[in-house]
Each structure stands twice: as structure tokens, then as C-alpha cells.
Write a protein of this length. Structure first.
Length: 139
């Protein structure tokens, strides 16, 4: 399981810049960032090297931030890599609440997924030969 930082951010000019400056000043290195937005706010999800430190710094800057446990699964960085992983979730009858992907090495991508039954997913995916990724793998 990977700890993801989730930040509720007003959809206003300069807010994302302020968020990244807070993390930089706190010495937090981001590996991935994704944003879901509405007209009023954004939901920023961040994978970083120091999630607890990131949340503390963001809260000190009056930003609403929490740590969320998510799965991070290594898949081959090729056409169909994600499709094969999602087929495994279909076989397990597990719901995926949201997800995003990034690549840190040329031959491997990382799929970050918030799922309905993470402990069962961890065991089942390992049985199918998938490697779960943690923060140390990303450094």
C-alpha cells in the first residue's frame, strides 16, 4: 500500500503554485500529481517521498490535506499493460474508485488505484504475479 496525499484546493489562480511551493519549502519531493476539478475546487492527489510531512506542511499553510492508502501496482509499460491489470480486477470482482498512472522507468509503469477491498486485492494481485510498489521503489 502506498500513502497518497489528497488536497482539497480552491479553484483560484495561484493556489496550485502555492501548494507546490509549500511542499518544496518542506523538502517534499513529488513523484506524481493529478488534479480533478470543478468550477469551485480541485482535488489534488500527490504521490511523494514524505506524505506525513507533506500533510503537516500543507495544513500549516491552511490547506485541507489528508493521507489516503492506495494500491500502486507495477505493470509492463506497453500497450495493454493497464488492460491486463484491470482484467485481473474484473476476475476478483473488485471496484476501482479512481486511478491514475505514471512511468518512472522505461519498461515499467505504475498504476495507482483506490479500490474497494485493498487487502484482498494485494494478496490476489501478488498471486497473479503483480508487484506492489511502495515509496522506496520510486526514489
Amino acid at each position: 500500500m502506498l500513502e497518497q496525499v489528497t488536497v482539497f484546493l480552491e479553484n483560484e489562480k495561484g493556489r496550485l503554485s502555492a501548494l507546490t511551493r509549500v511542499l518544496a519549502d518542506a523538502g517534499v519531493n513529488m513523484y506524481a500529481l493529478t488534479i480533478a476539478e470543478t468550477s469551485d475546487y480541485g482535488l489534488v492527489r500527490i504521490v511523494c517521498d514524505k506524505p506525513a510531512q507533506a500533510v503537516d506542511a500543507l495544513r500549516s499553510a491552511d490547506m485541507r490535506a489528508i493521507v489516503t492508502k492506495v494500491l500502486a501496482v507495477a505493470v509492463p509499460n506497453r500497450p495493454g499493460g493497464l488492460a491486463d491489470l484491470l482484467d485481473a480486477f474484473e476476475e476478483l470482482d473488485l471496484n476501482i474508485e479512481y486511478g491514475y498512472c505514471f512511468s518512472v522507468h522505461g519498461d515499467e509503469a505504475v498504476d495507482v488505484l483506490k479500490v474497494s477491498d485493498a487487502p484482498r486485492a494485494c494478496v490476489a494481485l501478488a498471486d497473479k504475479g503483480y508487484r506492489l510498489v511502495d515509496t522506496a521503489d520510486l526514489a
